[in-house]
Ligand binder design. Sequence first.
Ligand SMILES: NC(=O)c1ccc[n+]([C@@H]2O[C@H](COP(=O)([O-])OP(=O)(O)OC[C@H]3O[C@@H](n4cnc5c(N)ncnc54)[C@H](O)[C@@H]3O)[C@@H](O)[C@H]2O)c1
Length: 255
Amino acid sequence: MPAELSGRTVIVTGGARGLGAATARAIVEGGGKVLITDVLEKEGAETAAALGEAARFLRHDVTCEADWQGAFATARTEFGPVHGLVNNAGIATGELLEHETVEHFRQVIEINLTGVFLGLRTAIPVLRENGGGSVVNISSAAGLTGLPRTAGYGASKWGVRGLTKIAAVELAEARIRVNSVHPGMTYTPMTSGLGIKPGDGGYPGTPMGRVGVPEEIAGAVTFLLSDAAAYMTGAELAVDGGWTAGPTVRALMGG
Ligand SMILES: NC(=O)c1ccc[n+]([C@@H]2O[C@H](COP(=O)([O-])OP(=O)(O)OC[C@H]3O[C@@H](n4cnc5c(N)ncnc54)[C@H](O)[C@@H]3O)[C@@H](O)[C@H]2O)c1
């Protein structure tokens, strides 16, 4: 069952494919309207077209302040007042810390963290004027733990987690809820080259023994966008098959 989002308009960044596309689909299935934004123009336009009249696409680089103004203006023109934002766009490449270059580190922080900051800052006056809203920031299980080869990525995702809490505290009086979602390994174009398969077993690092599928992350995101999460702000929701709950110590499991 998709979360109830009738009458809501939401912007989803990085929505051309992967988790963002699944989230856009879930928003429309819940009765909402969605502006999908991304730097991938062809894929973004195709994803929006497949969702019909309730979806539009706009080219939008999350590191560009002017693009952010354009995104909120377009959403308003196409669908009316904006109620929600999903800061989902991101990149994930990494090296061992000792081999990480400062250029790459800065690039990841710019997209994954500064992009979320710009999104929040642009959203605040809009949502305030509309009487409130919900922002969901996509962090990662790597924003809850220390994952190897993620110097820039992990730092950016810990930053997103912290920024979420600052925003939640500052914006509660304006009835703007801000929460973070922390996906574990999920099968998308970002991860499909890592030798994983969607859904099935063969991923022993996670207690559930499998990777996730985008719809499982989208369900958590749309829940946080909806009134079912009306008392939640500043929360961090791990959707990771138990990966951050603790190590699976087979020797202690018996059998
Ligand atoms: N897939 C996973 O296992 C996983 C796990 C944890 C967190 N995440 C996070 O979930 C989010 C979505 O990841 P995904 O797996 O769907 O990856 P993906 O690569 O399939 O999708 C990411 C999208 O972001 C877009 N993007 C990149 N830079 C951009 C920019 N500057 N401006 C606008 N759009 C930009 C890409 O074009 C792409 O369409 C990311 O923030 C990622 O870090 C993913």
